[in-house]
Write a protein that binds this ligand. Structure first.
Ligand SMILES: C[S@@+](CC[C@H](N)C(=O)[O-])C[C@H]1O[C@@H](n2cnc3c(N)ncnc32)[C@H](O)[C@@H]1O
Length: 358
């Protein structure tokens, strides 16, 4: 495989492991020009660049983070990819939650070892992998995804990273609104994490599933979705006042006296909104604040969020296109499923089951 092909086509990944490198491990090779190539170590395997060859056997037995030399004397740094490396390059059915937002979700939702967590939708499984890390082996993750193809991509990605389908992970195919009550009895869930087009449609079932004091956290891409979600949480009367934020991460170039922010950054990914489940029957005390000229009427809200005011249905107003989601064709999605499965197979995982709940 050429250097170029490897960069474009091969996703990175590895189970969370340490120790000497062995066959079956995914490793990242960084060459003289800083280019990253990700390969799976196999017996008889060779890594070819334009200028030379490295036999996989030469890497086996080396400690992680070693340097190897190719047949023309060029040095390559060898590293096992981190979880963030894996999710950024694994096959994607749907847009993923970036590591900067996943880190915030773990913190703001207080994802703890042993927690029972509900997640929807699953998309490509990036957030699922972070949540599985956070809950540890004693926790349980119940994931829900309405589309079969996305569920297939996520199953394969999670298995490829973990080395097998985690026993404490259940993936159900269906709309969260319809499937959650059958999977998680009322009041048994510590955290609910929603990353979907219309999280306000799931506020009710999330409230039913959560224990008193449990955290609901929603990730949305646009200000209009943020507003719609906050108003639904408020209107339900079942949660504390919602808190909203976004996270911007700006990289820095730090070299000698040239110390400055990077010229480019990912300026926007999404917003996070959190609220805590009130105990059943509890009424949130109203905030004492002076009436201000800035107070809005129901008509003002209706002009901004027509479905909230009942002037339209949610399905009429909110489509992936209106919030700027790029929708992948069926053909592209099938390709992503194949890519994710072949990555899992390279890692020695049997084809992940397509059975709901498996
Ligand atoms: C942006 S993707 C999620 C990405 C995922 N968090 C990740 O990090 O890879 C949103 C997903 O939500 C799914 N979805 C939307 N509404 C849903 C619902 N009501 N129940 C279950 N899944 C839903 C969509 O099919 C889509 O796959």
């Amino acid at each position: 495989m050429s250097e170029h092909d490897t960069m474009a086509e091969t996703p990175a990944g590895t189970p969370a492991s340490s120790g000497p490198l062995g066959y079956g491990d995914r490793v990242q090779l960084t060459g003289p020009k800083g280019r990253l190539n990700t390969i799976t170590l196999v017996p008889e395997g060779e890594f070819h660049s334009h200028r030379g060859v490295i036999a996989h056997a030469d890497l086996v037995g080396l400690p992680d983070a070693s340097v190897v030399v190719n047949s023309s004397g060029e040095e390559y740094l060898v590293l096992r990819p981190l979880l963030s490396d894996f999710v950024m390059s694994m096959p994607r059915g749907a847009a993923i939650v970036y590591p900067k937002d996943a880190a915030q979700i773990l913190s703001l939702a207080d994802i703890f070892p042993g927690a029972r967590v509900v997640e929807a939708g699953v998309g490509s499984g990036a957030l699922s992998l972070h949540l599985l890390r956070g809950i540890g082996e004693r926790g349980e993750l119940f994931s829900f995804e309405r589309r079969d193809e996305f569920a297939d991509v996520a199953r394969a990605n999670v298995a490829a990273f973990s080395g097998a389908a985690p026993e404490n992970w259940t993936l159900s195919v269906g709309d969260l609104q319809d499937t959650l009550p059958a999977v998680c009895p009322d009041g048994t869930v510590d955290r609910v994490v929603l990353d979907m087009l219309a999280p306000w449609e799931c506020v009710g079932v999330a409230a039913d599933a959560l224990k008193p004091g449990g955290v609901l956290i929603c990730y949305v891409a646009t200000v209009t979705q943020l507003s719609r979600t906050a108003e639904e949480i408020r209107r339900s009367g079942l949660f504390t006042h919602p808190q909203s934020n976004e996270t911007m991460v700006r990289g820095w170039h730090v070299e000698g006296l040239a110390v400055r922010p990077d010229h480019r950054m990912v300026a926007h990914t999404g917003f996070l909104i959190t609220a805590r489940r009130l105990a059943p029957g509890t009424v949130l005390p109203s905030l004492k604040r002076r009436a201000s000229k800035g107070d809005f009427t129901d008509a003002d809200l209706a002009s901004w969020l027509p479905d909230l005011a009942g002037d339209a249905t949610s399905a009429e107003v909110w489509t992936p296109e209106v919030v700027g989601d790029r929708v992948k064709s069926e053909k592209v999605l099938r390709k992503k499923v194949r890519e994710a499965r072949s990555l899992a197979q390279e890692r020695g995982v049997e084809e992940p089951s397509a059975e709901p709940g498996a």
